[in-house]
Design a binder for this molecule. Structure first.
Ligand code: BGC
Length: 413
């Protein structure tokens, strides 16, 4: 017997994107890194270790993206065809301030059109102000490890608030700040590619906290009733052997450093929690300290573990804030798992809600196959495929399944 999983009438159903990953034609610290000699050298070395098959370096350059800078109306129509009532989009800082002390009025005009177009389709709008990318001049001045970046960012926030604030329902000041701290300054996987630079990591961490808190004040000064948060990428850390004290300690430490530390610092400056869920980490006491069972994995080898979203939602209860799931999705080119993935995750979201979690919405990552950062174009996260040459969009079968869920506000499970 199937059960009906039904969400509340006013639940936000949406899709999630970021500016850099879809717009195309952007110049910022990421676009520069993608074609830097170090990056090309790294990818070429990676090539040689592959079994025969050579990687195409162009697959690691964002370039024209999904051409969404030109096709945003078409994208919003696609989102509408999914029966979603909300959309999460982003603004690219490097377009607004391509040079120090320069405001590009054409970019402002453009984003007015984008927000008007989203509004005209009746979407509730979640707007992201910063999704990891920085204007090149900011990077040249030392990026977020430099305190001056904070002042520049706050000027940008003031401007965006005044220009577009009336159109925004929910704000994301910073996307997954912990990912920038760790990939930018510890693993070196993302620009500015510093490895184990703990001092800079710590400065960046502090400046991002300040950036969020002060942005919160700025936005609320103009719009007292609007809703402001960050997106937090929260992982479900789980101890593997219940008898193992070391694992218990490790699990607590990982959970604290990754999930709790940033949130705790800003908890008085958020109106809701923006949750991104992708990862389950089964902690073991021996290196590399993580061993997942991986019964099913995505194209990127990430374990599919839907009950993890339930565990994370349970943890968030202590903050006593409404929660919006702003990102959840998978790389699945053949669309083998996506429909079931969505239903399984929503099942656990619903279960957590029945047990008291105040979840207000679910946004699938992503609307389109977009530029997946260091992984390039290989990872296909879209409900819609995008032809790399013509930019033609085509619905994957799971898009129809998601449209049905959004239309009915639930599904049989
Ligand atoms: C990021 C997205 C990214 C997605 C899939 C999230 O952490 O916000 O930009 O594409 O995960 O990796």
């Amino acid at each position: 017997m199937l059960n009906k999983i039904q969400f509340p009438k006013n639940f936000l159903w949406g899709t999630s994107t970021s500016a850099y990953q879809i717009e195309g034609g952007t110049k910022n610290d990421w676009s520069e890194w993608e074609v830097s000699p170090e990056r090309i050298d790294h990818l070429s070395k990676k090539n040689k270790t592959q079994s025969g098959e050579c990687r195409n370096l162009e697959d690691y350059v964002c370039g024209q993206g999904c051409n969404s800078y030109m096709r945003y109306e078409e994208d919003f129509d696609l989102a509408k065809s999914l029966n979603t009532n909300s959309i999460r989009i982003g603004i690219e800082w490097a377009r607004i301030n391509p040079k120090k002390d320069l405001i590009d009025v054409k970019a402002i005009r453009h984003y007015h059109k984008v927000l008007d177009a989203a509004h005209a389709r009746g979407f509730k709008i979640i707007l992201t102000l910063w999704h990891w990318t920085n204007p090149s001049w900011i990077a040249e001045e030392g990026g977020w490890a430099n305190k001056k970046t904070l002042d520049h960012f706050l000027k940008y926030v003031e401007l965006i608030t005044q220009e577009f604030g009336g159109r925004v329902d929910y704000w994301v000041t910073l996307n997954e700040p912990m990912v920038h701290v760790s990939n930018g300054y510890i693993t070196g996987k993302f620009p500015p590619n510093k490895k184990l630079h703990l001092l800079k990591a710590n400065k960046t961490f502090k400046h991002l906290i300040e950036a969020h808190k002060q942005s919160y004040e700025i936005i609320h000064r103009h719009f007292p009733r609007t809703q402001i948060s960050i997106t937090a990428l929260l992982n479900n850390f789980e101890q593997t052997h219940k008898w193992c004290f070391i694992e218990k300690i490790y699990t607590k430490i990982f959970h604290y450093l990754w999930n709790e530390r940033f949130l705790n610092k800003i908890k008085k400056h958020i109106d809701y929690i923006g949750l991104d869920y992708y990862f389950h980490n089964r902690i073991v006491f021996y290196p590399p300290f993580r061993k997942n069972i991986n019964t099913e994995t995505t194209d990127l080898g990430w374990e599919i573990y839907p009950q993890g979203i339930y565990n994370v939602l349970k943890f968030l209860k202590q903050y006593n804030k409404p929660i919006i799931i702003i990102e959840n999705g998978l790389a699945d080119k053949e669309d083998k798992y996506r429909e079931q993935f969505i239903k399984d995750h929503l099942f656990y979201v619903h279960k957590a809600m029945q047990e008291g979690a105040d979840v207000r919405g679910y946004f699938h990552w992503s609307l389109l196959d977009n530029f997946e950062w260091a992984e390039g174009w290989e990872a296909k996260f879209g409900l819609f495929e995008v032809d790399r040459k013509t930019f033609e969009r085509k619905a994957r079968p799971s898009a129809n399944a998601y449209a049905k869920i959004c239309e009915e506000g639930g599904f049989d499970y």
